[in-house]
Each structure stands twice: as structure tokens, then as C-alpha cells.
Design a protein around this ligand. Structure first.
Ligand SMILES: [Ca+2]
Length: 294
């Protein structure tokens, strides 16, 4: 399947076929690709705004709560949990995740923020208001991404399997294999629960996949190659990673590791001026969600 991104420039539409930059996802998609049908293309986003993002933040987890971001960062010695003002990216409050831990994804649960670690099997529960550490919990294997669906935590570990976890006991309630066009899709990373679906970053891919939480099938692929090309600045580690959703405002926020920007995406085609996006002069970018095989 060819990835297609529609770029609207000064009112005119230009469809551009992109060279495949992302081995894991595109390899998984290479067989059995259906024809792309405009009618089946059920989701569009456009860039509504860009906001500054700490270019030192090795983003591993991002959520939106009550007008602010909570973000987790990685790397041993640089891992943190932080509360971030959206407008200017200012870190309002932070807590260190001490070595030897390598911070990974995070989400909130009731009055807590829960963060996970890459290889130490350790989850930290922080009080959301004070960011004081409340509790340490254990889980098996690696931790990459974390979100919650209102009932359970959902954890990725770099494989094609998502684990649904009891938020209190951390017991694994079920495991969901994720497939795209019938093939396992590994390297699932940062997660976000969006309108009844799981959105996932795929490590080293510039596309976000939308996963059916019951079947595990990828039901759409949001191609953000254009944003990644602007924001990664030729740094191979600066991959798209970080999805937050404002359910009330229907705003999707995306960023990446050490990206200088957070992008606010809204559904539909652009209608108003994009603000704060000097790096994308005169361009409004629409990521198309491409349909996959049923
Ligand atoms: Ca998230």
C-alpha cells in the first residue's frame, strides 16, 4: 500500500506519494493490501495549532487532562514525570524517575498518574496534584506504552501484544494480539484511548495506528510522515511518540522524542488559520487515515 498524504497549500490540494520511510509498519502492511477507497477513508485530521515542546524531552508518554499535559520522559538519569502548560510548553511541575529506571509510558487513573519503565518491571503511582510518589508496583516483562479505557490499564511492551491490566492489583486480565492486514504488528509503543479505540505509535514509524480493542485489528493508519520530517530534524532517535486526546474538545495532540513542537490535530479538513506553525509556512497538512483489510 502506498502511503498518501494530502497537503493543502494556499487553497490548492496536492497529493504526494511518500517514499516508504518506516520499515516495521510498512513491512507488516506489504501483503494483502486492499485498494484505497476514498469512501472508506473515514477519518481526517488537520493541524489546528503548534505549541512549543521541550526539545530535551525524550517523550515516552503524553496525556491531556484539564487543560494541561502530563508527560513522561525516558533515558536513564533523564527520566521524569511532568505537568506541562500547553501554550508555551513550560514545565510547571516535575518529578524524577531515578536510575536505574528508564522511564516509559504513563497515564492517569483516578487521582493518580501511573508511569512504567522499560526493563525494570516497575510501575510508579504518583499523586496527580503533587507528583509525590505514592506506590511502587510490579509487572512482568518490558513496559513501553500505557493508556486506560476507563476500566483497565492497557500496556504495550514492544511486541504485537497489548495487555489489559487491573489498575489496582496490576493483574493481567487479557492479552490482545494486534494485526494489520492479517499480520502481527510489533513495536507498539505510546498509546492513547480515543473514542473507543486504541491509538498507538509504532516505534520508528511515522504513522499512528487505530486498533479495535476487541479484535486487535488495525482499522486505520494516520500518516504523519510530513510532521515527522519537519520535527525530527534528521535525528534518527527523534521518532514520533506521544499521543494525547482532549475528548471534550475533540483535539488530538501528537509529538515525538526531542521534538520542538506539539501538534494539535482536529478532525476534518482545515477551516480556520493554523496558529504557531512557523515551521510549516503556508501549509495545512491533513493526515488521512487509510483503510486496512477487514
Ligand atoms: Ca498517551
Amino acid at each position: 500500500m502506498k502511503m498518501v498524504l494530502t497537503i493543502l497549500v494556499a487553497g490548492g490540494a496536492v497529493a504526494a506519494s511518500l517514499a516508504p520511510p518506516d520499515a516495521p509498519l510498512l513491512a507488516a502492511m506489504s501483503a494483502g493490501s486492499p485498494a484505497v477507497s476514498a469512501a472508506a477513508d473515514d477519518l481526517h485530521f488537520h493541524i489546528a495549532a503548534c505549541y512549543p515542546h521541550d526539545p530535551e524531552a525524550f517523550t515516552q508518554g503524553l496525556i491531556y487532562r484539564r487543560g494541561e499535559f502530563y508527560e513522561s520522559t525516558g533515558l536513564v538519569g533523564q527520566s521524569s514525570i511532568r505537568r506541562v502548560r500547553i501554550a508555551d510548553g513550560k514545565v510547571m511541575q516535575s518529578a524524577k524517575v531515578e536510575p536505574p529506571h528508564f522511564g516509559e509510558g504513563m497515564t492517569d487513573w483516578k487521582s493518580d498518574v501511573i508511569s512504567i519503565t522499560w526493563r525494570s518491571g516497575t510501575a510508579f503511582r504518583w499523586d496527580r496534584k503533587s507528583l509525590m510518589l505514592r506506590k511502587v508496583q510490579r509487572y512482568e516483562g518490558e513496559g513501553w506504552g500505557l493508556t486506560q479505557d476507563g476500566r483497565t490499564l492497557i500496556l504495550s511492551d514492544g511486541t504485537d501484544r497489548l495487555r489489559f491490566i487491573d489498575p489496582e492489583s496490576f493483574a493481567v486480565l487479557r492479552t490482545l494480539p494486534v494485526t494489520v492486514n492479517g499480520r502481527p504488528l510489533a513495536a507498539l509503543n505510546e498509546l492513547e484511548w480515543v473514542e473507543g479505540a486504541i491509538y498507538a505509535n509504532v516505534w520508528q514509524a511515522s504513522q499512528i495506528v487505530r486498533i479495535d480493542p476487541q479484535s486487535g485489528k488495525v482499522t486505520g493508519i494516520l500518516d504523519l510522515s510530513d510532521l515527522a520530517a519537519v520535527a525530527s530534524r534528521d535525528n534518527p532517535d527523534a521518532v514520533l511518540n506521544g499521543i494525547a486526546y482532549d475528548a471534550a474538545g475533540k483535539r488530538l495532540f501528537v509529538t515525538g522524542k526531542t521534538w520542538p513542537l506539539v501538534f494539535e490535530l482536529r478532525p476534518g479538513k482545515p477551516s480556520a488559520r493554523t496558529t504557531g506553525c512557523a515551521q510549516l509556512p503556508d501549509a495545512k497538512v491533513v493526515g488521512r487515515v487509510l483503510p486496512t483489510a477487514p
